[in-house]
Design a protein around this ligand. Structure first.
Ligand code: ADP
Length: 599
């Protein structure tokens, strides 16, 4: 549309310029011709006046002579097709080639006569009613001995000149029309030629604006428009590159965001959720329909909403700890709220990054719980030792009935502390990365280890007259494990079985291979574990019956160590129990590779 207008304007301008030039040129020619013809006619008439004056010179000497000139004038006028009029110094007509001088009026009223009788040459164009044409009148003064005695006027028709003038007018008009037509065609062609590239540039610019960034203007000739076309092409290709770069950046960002462990949520300045990464969608159950809703209805945490509002109002980042429940589970997040500002420093949106510290929190809680438990466990025997030592110092040392008893208690409490410290050290050792890295797994035969442990614990089981029943499906069954660790497991399990089985009881140990795993059970006929306690017995310091366990010398760490070892060996442990019937612990471990086992 704009181009169409430019083309029209261009065409009209070309046309107007051409027509104006033609008009001016034509007018000048006409004016020149007219002027030239009139000048020539006037000059001719003045020459005629001179001739007439010469012819009449002798006949103008006196009034008698003057009266005789009329016939001569009539003859001269008829010969030369001129209208000749002679007037005296007062304007009275003395002779006239076409009329009777006596019947004519005074000529002084005619402008050309008036001028001539005042001493100058006068000319005038008048419409001749008789002839029905324009006539040119030229009058010159007539002197004798430098005295003005009259005037001679010669007139001729302008019909010839006017006819020629009309012909030229017609010819010029035809030429003008023809030239105008040519100018019109030329203007259109020129306008079209000039705007063709502009049309293309406009079309390409329009396409680029609509997103077709691969469009380019075809370069033609050297000129200003080529510079524009070149600039547009460069602009489009730069824009294309920039958009590609931006797309790559966006993809990179999306990739990073979607693979981030942290949930990232973008909110607008009113606290409405506008975007969320995969982690955020999964963690908070954000569906695409929820985008655009307020964070309160999406995340449902007023503490977070308040922090969001404060961060936006202050236009400053904030770090908060957010405790919430997701799908029924307690979760703790460290949330960083970062307002994003626009060009006028106004907050346009807010980026929130949710760092899940639930596991860390749990570890920290467990650690503090463990320290509290360990301190408590250590404090109990220490208090006893301190109490009995003080009693001894206060005099009981010299009481033969009490001193041995108290020292025995101090000794047993010290032993308990020693066991506790030993267990704590074992746990610490097992917990250390270095130990686990240095732990070498090798095919470990069950049978010799079981024998070794039973042998080592013989004072305990013999004292309680406990029987052992060892059934091995295959004596060469071996697991891929660390022998020292596996021995620790067997010691803890068999020691527990002895501890929690009454005198005369029985302990069965079975081992077998199943589904590429090596299985081992330690089953006793002891007191059993209540079913409510069964899931907790592997926790650190957990004891079913504290008093009883303590009197049995337990620390509450044995099973925790067992579970820890079995799991770090890639195995599993389960417990089954019935009150007063007995307890069965079953461990499964990866089987040693065939080559090294001899089954
Ligand atoms: P402890 O050193 O006190 O035995 P453990 O971690 O080995 O600690 O065991 C935790 C608790 O589980 C014990 O206090 C005991 O109550 C119970 N328990 C463990 N083994 C047996 C078992 N064989 N029979 C009955 N109770 C058991």
């Amino acid at each position: 549309m704009a181009n169409w207008r430019i083309r029209t304007r261009l065409t009209i301008s070309f046309l107007a310029l051409s027509l104006l030039s033609l008009l001016l040129f034509g007018s000048y020619i006409l004016w020149f011709f007219h002027q030239h013809s009139m000048d020539a006619a006037t000059d001719h008439l003045f020459v005629q006046t001179q001739i007439v004056e010469q012819l009449l010179r002798e006949k103008m000497n006196g009034p008698i002579e003057k009266a005789t000139i009329d016939p001569e004038i009539k003859e001269l006028g008829a010969k030369n097709a001129l209208h000749i009029t002679i007037a005296d110094e007062n304007g009275l007509v003395l002779a006239d080639s076409l009329a009777n001088p006596l019947a004519m009026e005074n000529t002084i009223a005619d402008p050309e006569f008036k001028t001539a009788l005042s001493g100058d040459k006068g000319t005038f164009i008048r419409y001749n009613h008789k002839a029905g044409e324009n006539w040119l009148y030229a009058a010159a003064p007539y002197y004798r001995d430098k005295e003005l005695i009259g005037a001679v006027r010669v007139a001729t028709t302008l019909a010839g000149i006017e006819k020629g003038y009309q012909k030229i007018q017609f010819a010029l008009l035809s030429a003008f029309l023809f030239a105008s037509f040519l100018a019109f065609i030329l203007s259109i062609r020129l306008g079209r030629k000039y705007t063709a590239q502009l049309d293309e540039i406009t079309e390409v610019a329009h396409d680029i604006g609509a997103g077709k960034l691969d469009r380019r203007v075809h370069m033609r000739t050297e000129g200003e428009l080529d510079l524009l076309a070149h600039t547009l092409n460069t602009l489009a290709s730069n824009l294309d590159d920039k958009i590609d770069e931006m797309k790559a950046e966006t993809n990179k960002l999306e990739l990073i965001l979607s693979h981030m462990d942290n949930a990232v949520i973008l909110m607008d300045r009113y606290g409405r959720v506008t975007a969320a990464n995969k982690m955020a969608r999964d963690s908070f159950g954000i569906t695409p329909e929820m985008l655009g809703q307020h964070n309160l209805s999406v995340i449902g945490n007023s503490y977070l909403d308040r922090a969001v509002r404060e961060a936006i109002a202050a236009s400053a980042g904030r770090l908060i700890d957010l405790k919430t429940r997701l799908q029924g589970n307690k979760r703790v997040f460290q949330v960083y709220l970062a307002p994003i500002t626009g060009s006028h420093c106004e907050v346009t949106s807010l980026l929130s990054v949710f760092h899940d510290i639930t596991a860390l929190q749990q570890v920290q809680e467990k650690q503090s719980e463990f320290i509290a438990n360990a301190s408590h466990e250590l404090a109990t025997p220490l208090t006893a030792i301190k109490g009995f030592a003080e009693t001894l110092l206060d005099g009981a040392l010299h009481d033969p009935n009490l001193n041995t008893k108290f020292i025995t208690i101090i000794h047993s409490e010290a032993e308990r502390m020693q066991r506790l410290v030993a267990d704590l050290l074992t746990m610490a050792k097992l917990d250390s990365q270095e130990y686990r890295r240095a732990m070498i797994l090798q095919p470990t035969l069950f049978a010799p280890l079981i024998d070794e442990v039973i042998q080592e614990l013989s004072p305990e089981w013999q004292a309680k007259n406990i029987k052992f029943d060892i059934t091995a499906q295959n004596t060469s069954l071996s697991a891929l494990a660390n022998p020292d660790c596996l021995k620790q497991v067997l010691i803890n399990l068999i020691d527990n079985a002895i501890k929690y089985t009454s005198s005369g009881g029985k302990i069965s140990i079975r081992s077998w291979r199943q589904n590429n795993k090596a299985y081992l059970t330690v089953q006793d006929s002891g007191i059993g574990i209540p079913s409510k306690d069964l899931p907790l017995i592997f926790d650190r310091f957990y004891r079913v019956d504290r008093a009883r366990a303590r009197s049995a010398g337990g620390t509450g760490l044995g099973l925790a160590i067992v579970k820890f070892i079995i799991e770090s060996l890639g195995g599993n442990i389960t417990a089954a129990s019935e009150i007063d019937i007995g307890t069965t612990f079953t461990i499964s471990l990866p089987l040693a590779p065939e080559k090294t086992t001899d089954q």
